[in-house]
Design a protein around this ligand. Structure first.
Ligand code: ING
Length: 316
């Protein structure tokens, strides 16, 4: 009997500043019900799924940013989502802004969690690759202040077993998908599937010449390369559409270990896409082309973990 997992990517359309967490959770509950009606056992929600993508705004008063963070998870507003998922035996991935007190000091992370079909926390991840900047750039239409509002994640890249078939699932967030190191670490830990949420602006304020279609191309290129080069299923879920006029692209997708896109969103609204993933599909890839033990030569890769930026270093 092959090991299969029916998954759904539950893409959220825009969340405006005026939208309450309760209203967003209601939308997520509707999508969870739709996923359940299709027989899904695992639902992937977006990054920072409970609020608008607030790193686009500069706040002089740091206290103003606190309102976007969760002090506990589940929180009162998300409790109904956790309860419904548990009652239906559905596991899920959820991205949110985490405020945690550690050593008597407040810490702020861009966080995602995996929640099992029994409603219990399976594992937490804190975003490692924080894009953008930490200074105020008033001369562009919006900011990208993840480096200001979040600390670099301190939990590393991990893989957990979930569901009755002990599916080996890793998680990451948004910009992480652009860095092959992200998936290779989880691939080396035996991942069969990696899930992630994202909020990606359609236009590149720092390179206005870059056309929006290219942003989606780079997004898909990252997912498909990661899936194929590690022989894993990759599920990526957008928060999309125009949030108070600021455009985030869609492109939620389910990608097979072959690198093929098996399901893709076609809107920038709340949308559920689903696929019945055969977990055996990645085995031939991980046992042949990307048989890491047989083919990798780490003795030649040292620079990847020792050197951060480019240092011109020529062989002639
Ligand atoms: N958003 C974007 C992302 O990596 C970005 C930022 C877009 C960086 C395009 C580089 C190129 O999808 C988040 N939230 O990381």
């Amino acid at each position: 009997m092959s090991r299969r997992l029916k998954v759904s990517s539950a893409q959220l359309g825009p969340i405006n500043l005026a939208d309450s967490r309760a209203s967003v959770v209601k939308r997520m509950i509707e999508m969870l019900k739709e996923a359940d009606s299709r027989g899904s056992k695992f639902v992937v929600f977006p990054e920072l799924a409970l609020t608008t993508f607030f790193p686009r705004y500069w706040y002089d008063d740091p206290n103003e940013v606190e309102k976007y963070f969760e002090n506990q998870m589940p929180s009162p507003e998300t409790q109904p989502l956790f309860e419904l998922a548990r009652s239906k035996g559905i596991g899920f991935y959820l991205g949110y802004a985490e405020r945690s007190e550690e050593g008597g000091k407040a810490h702020h992370f861009n966080t995602s969690i995996l929640v099992g079909p029994d409603g219990r926390l399976v594992g937490k991840y804190r975003k490692v690759h924080l894009p953008g900047h930490d200074d105020h750039r008033p001369n562009v239409p919006y900011q990208h202040l993840e480096k200001k509002y979040f600390e670099v994640g301190n939990l590393g890249f991990n893989v957990w077993k979930m569901f009755k078939d002990d599916v080996r699932i890793g998680q990451c967030i948004c910009n992480d998908r652009r860095w092959p190191e992200t998936f290779r670490v989880m691939g080396l830990k035996g991942a069969e599937m990696v899930v992630l949420g994202y909020n990606t602006p359609s236009d590149n304020v720092y390179a206005p010449h870059e056309p929006p279609y290219l942003r989606v191309f780079h997004h898909m290129l990252s997912l498909q390369a990661a899936a194929y080069q590690n022989g894993i299923w990759v599920i990526a879920t957008a928060k999309a559409g125009k949030e108070d006029g600021f455009w985030l692209h869609g492109g939620s997708a389910i990608v097979a270990p072959t690198g093929e896109v098996v399901a893709k969103g076609t809107t920038e609204q709340d949308e559920v896409i689903s696929y019945d993933c055969d977990l055996a599909l990645g085995e031939y890839i991980r046992n042949t082309t990307f048989n890491f033990a047989k083919h990798r030569r780490p003795e030649h890769y040292k620079l990847i973990s020792e050197r951060t930026g480019v240092e011109i270093d020529l062989a002639n």
